[in-house]
Design a protein around this ligand. Sequence first.
Ligand SMILES: C[S@@+](CC[C@H](N)C(=O)[O-])C[C@H]1O[C@@H](n2cnc3c(N)ncnc32)[C@H](O)[C@@H]1O
Length: 387
Amino acid sequence: MTSRTPATARVTLGSTFTGAAGGGSGDPDKARDSSGSSGPGGPGGPGGPNGPRGTEGSAGVTVDRHLAAAERQTSLAADVRAGLTSQPRELPPKWFYDATGGLLFDRITRLPEYYPTRREHAVLTAHADEIAAACPAATLVELGSGTSEKTRLLLDALRRLGTLRRFVPFDVDEATLLQAGADILRAYPGVTVRAVVGDFERHLGSLPGAPAGAVGGDRRLVAFLGGTIGNLQPAARAAFLRAVRDQLRDGDALLLGADLVKDTGRLVAAYDDSAGVTAAFNRNVLSVINRELDADFDLRGFAHVAVWNAENSWIEMRLRSVRDQEVTVRALDLVARFEEGEQMRTEISAKFTLDGLRAELAASGLATSRQWTDPDRDFSVTLAVPD
Ligand SMILES: C[S@@+](CC[C@H](N)C(=O)[O-])C[C@H]1O[C@@H](n2cnc3c(N)ncnc32)[C@H](O)[C@@H]1O
């Protein structure tokens, strides 16, 4: 985790201004309420960093952009250079998620083999009201928010309680983020949506502050769902949890969705579905590098691999080179030679125990106040507060 504080671009109706990030100074929601608006769309679409700003397709979502196109490019370039020049080769999973990657992940969540989404949905359906009662928040922040579908269960519960004022989805994938933000704005009249385009390993220090006139005090519930915590290596996980903890004030809480250890066959099947959607998702990282760094990966030259690493208690997704081949990344002036059979890791997805989760949270200064699972104990949701 870096401690660098980037400049923030906030998009408002018909204009853009940049200001120093760090703690959401000023009144962000007044900006939105009076004029703020950025239309949904991808990076090249309305409201995107490369696209026109303005009301076209506007849905009244305010966007804080910590990862503008240029910075995204620099960050991707650094990760790809480091990943392709290390042995074994490795690419970080966040780069799966461009607009296509977001759509593919959404398809994965509906696959018969991919149980985590359904199980987490079941937990939230059963316990959303308890969660809301335990943390009657004015602001629901969602890290790695994606389509925010399950999140509606939490939004509904907070709305029933009468405390909900604002939703802050936070994701690296701008296209999916803005679409989800616009959909939620439409579905929840009176709730403001302030979307944050950023990297949750780097930009947590820029989370927005309290909304104007919040009834539930200025409490924030920070949700991190989908088992995304498992994509982080143990040291990065500890740093991330510590960074979240540093953002939480008295009364705030973290809601963490995490997948649990289970039968290896079921785990592997969830990451190697028979329809090949996960394989397409895995290879999508190569498309992103081809497009954004002018590389020439041949997607047919890499096979999808999913294996259980028992020692580390995680699933690994890899791409296996099906032949000897050379890949040129022109933007990096880099040539990478792959031997037939060489495997490049593209994602880990750690699986947890309930005790292990509590211990990791405690080590980062977070006390577990409640922990739920689905009836089959496949997936867990933990509510934790600053120690
Ligand atoms: C496994 S998906 C989960 C999506 C959603 N939370 C769910 O439960 O279905 C991971 C999400 O986190 C986002 N993401 C991954 N790495 C990220 C990072 N470093 N910073 C911000 N978002 C990230 C991806 O774009 C994607 O939307």
